[in-house]
Design a protein around this ligand. Structure first.
Ligand code: NAP
Length: 323
């Protein structure tokens, strides 16, 4: 078989074995690095996979890091000199259980990808395969290739084609989740963690996660760029304050929102909850000009997404407060 590419995998646990199996079946030359000879001896991978040391695995242009998170900083010190200029795929998760719920054990506001990038300043970091459970990783991709999806995040836009090919060759559909700073959806506590979704569903979930930055475009009157052609935007209590109840279609909604924005209304503190593949509940604070001065009101919107765009909004303001 001619090699489709080559990849080194640092770590010998179930994620490493699953990925080694998938790439080996796709014709890649794979080196899996184990921490010790004893760990290497219990690895189960196809015969074509070379089992060596962490350093052996790190000597590739593409390297996956899949060690226990607690060991990541030490492994970084050891391997960083080998990884300058390398494409590094990070699968690792710092998982905390808070009240029985999975959460990130990192400092609030820091994504796993940002944390790893700070340890490897010379490498190109990609967050990938972090949200698929090891029991499913190899079996799902092999049984139904091209159905299930892996979301990835990176700041290296120029590497996206190469990354997508690597994911595609495992049998998963690649879905771009954005830059590392906005990849919390892939980390413990994020809406994709741990989940196996189809490509379309994962695209929808990623769009739902991006809603705060999409809706912030209201403030700059550029919101049309993120609206679906058939969008329907409703203000169910709008008529009580003289605002049209429902507007249909991208152009009409864009014009309507530009008028609203022109009247001095601003939104801030936009955040999502209940992100799903079809949308999310969005909370925000609205500042409304009135003759008595600006009044602040909470806004709650039920937002649907389709094809990476906003397709329906039902927006509820505190109309009693601003009347
Ligand atoms: N399991 C899942 O479902 C899943 C899903 C997505 C992402 N992940 C993440 O992917 C990574 C790999 O997970 P995994 O389940 O395959 O196995 P794991 O048990 O988390 O890690 C196994 C590997 O880490 C090495 N290791 C353990 N402690 C170490 C330390 N202090 N210093 C250096 N190496 C150390 C192990 O070496 P020895 O065997 O020699 O101890 C082994 O090579 C983890 O960070 C995990 O959070 C896991």
């Amino acid at each position: 078989m001619t090699s489709a590419g080559s990849v080194g995998i640092v770590g010998s646990g179930p994620i490493s074995q699953g990925l080694a199996t998938l790439w080996a079946h796709a014709g890649y030359e794979v080196t899996l690095g184990a921490r010790s000879a004893a760990s290497a001896s219990v690895v189960t991978v196809p015969d074509t996979v070379r089992v060596g040391t962490f350093e052996d695995a790190a000597r590739h242009d593409t390297v996956v890091l899949a060690v226990r998170h607690g060991g990541a900083a030490d492994v970084a010190k050891r391997l960083a000199p080998h990884l300058d200029g390398t494409l590094v795929l990070d699968t690792m998760n710092a998982v905390a259980l808070i009240g029985g719920r999975a959460a990130s054990a990192l400092e609030p506001g820091v994504t796993e990808g940002q944390w790893l990038a700070s340890l490897f300043p010379g490498a190109t970091i990609v967050r990938a395969f972090s949200h698929i459970q090891d029991e499913l990783l190899a079996s799902r991709a092999r049984r139904t290739p091209g159905v299930w999806a892996v979301a990835y995040a990176t700041d290296a836009g120029a590497e996206r084609h190469r990354i997508e090919r690597l994911i595609d060759d495992t049998g998963y559909v690649p879905v771009f989740a954005g830059p590392l700073a906005r990849s919390s959806i892939l980390d413990p506590g994020g809406a994709a963690f741990p989940r196996l979704l189809t490509g379309t569903d994962l695209e929808g979930l990623v769009t739902a996660h991006r809603l705060p930055e999409m809706l912030d475009r209201f403030n700059t009157a550029t919101i049309g760029a993120v609206l679906h052609e058939d969008v329907q935007w409703s203000f169910p209590y709008g008529p009580t304050i003289g605002v049209t109840e429902t507007v249909h279609g991208r152009q009409a909604v864009t014009e309507h929102l530009a008028r609203v924005q022109g009247s001095g209304i601003r939104i801030s503190d936009i955040r999502t909850e209940l992100e799903t593949p079809t949308g999310a509940v969005v909370h925000a604070t609205g500042s409304f000009p009135t003759p008595r001065g600006p009044i602040s009101s909470p806004i709650v919107s039920i937002v649907a997404v389709r094809d990476g765009l906003i397709s329906e909004v039902n927006e509820y303001w505190d109309t009693a407060a601003i009347r």
